[in-house]
Write a protein that binds this ligand. Sequence first.
Ligand code: PHE
Length: 338
Amino acid sequence: MDLKISEIRERFNNLNPKSREDLEKIRIEFLGRNGHVTKLFEEFKSIPSELKREFGKGLNTLKTEIQNKIQEWKSEIESNSTSNVDIDITLQEYPISFGSRHPISLVKNELIEIFKYLGFTVYEGPEIEDDWHVFSALNFPEEHPARDMQDTFFITKGPDVLLRTHTSSVQVRSMEKEDLPIRVICPGRVFRNEAISARAHCIFHQIEGLYIDKNVSFADLKQTLLYFAKEMFGTDTKIRLRPSYFPFTEPSAEMDVSCKLCGGKGCSVCKYTGWLEVLGCGMVDPNVLELNGIDSKKYSGFAFGMGIERIAMLKYQVKDLRLYFENDVRFLNQFKNW
Ligand code: PHE
C-alpha cells in the first residue's frame, strides 16, 4: 500500500496542466469515482485493521495534497487566462445607474437652506404625540373639529395618543425646552385622516417656522415670507396675504405667490386667478405664549407652516400627489439632474 501511495504521488507530481480541460482530466483521473485515490480508499477497506492506522494517515495526506495542488493550479490558470485575452480597454464601461434624491427631500433641503440663511435652525420631534403638544398647547378649543376621529388618527383615546396632524407640535416642544429668543423650522411627516386623491393624502410633509423674540412684528413675518418666496420661486415672485383663521395665531393669514407659469395673467395651473396658495401664517396668539410659559407682554412671535408636497408640486409641475408615495422609478428618475 505504501508503494502504491508513493507511486501515485510521483505520477501526480510530474503533471503540468495548462488549461481548465487538462485540470478537469487530472481531477477525474485521481479523485473521480474510478480515480487512483478513490480506488486506494476502496482497497484500504480490506487491509488488516492493525495496518489501518498507518496507511489511513498516508492516504489522507495524499488526498489533501492532490486537492490543494489542483486548487492552486486552478487559480493559476484562471489568473493567466485573463492576461492572454485580447482586451479592448477603450470599450465603454457597463453603465451603472445611480439613484437620485426623492423630490420631497430635494425641496425639504432647499427650504432648510433658505431659512438657514435667515438664522433659523432645524428642530425635530416625535411623530406619535399627545393631545397637549398637538392641540391643547396651541389653543385648540375642546370641541375643535381637528380633535375628531374623522380628522386625526388616534392610537388610544383617554389619555389621547395620536399621530401628529402638523409639526406645530414640534414648535411647542421648542418653547418647552429652549431659551428665548427662538428661531426654528420644523420639517417632518404629518398624518391626517383624509381620503387619498390627486390633491390629498393621509401622510404628507410639512415645514413650519417659529420666531419668538422681543418686538417681533407682522412686518418681520411678511419680509421673511417674501424673501422665502423669491428664493424658492424666482426673484420676480410677488406675494399676497389673505386673512384667515388658525387657533394658534392672531391675526392669521394665508399666503399666495404669483403664478410663475403665466406671470399672473391666469392659466389652468392657477385656475385663472394668477395666484397660488402656498402657506398659512400669523402672529403667535398671546394665549399660546402664555400656555407655553412665555410672558406675552414682553415677547411676541410669528409662525408659518407649509406642505412640502404642495411646494414640490408647484416647483416641478406634478399634478398628482400620489406619485410622491408610489416610488415608481420612472417618476423618481426625472429628478436626477435637479
Ligand atoms: N399648522 C398649520 C397647518 O397645519 C399651519 C400653520 C402654521 C399656520 C403656523 C399658521 C401658523 O395647517
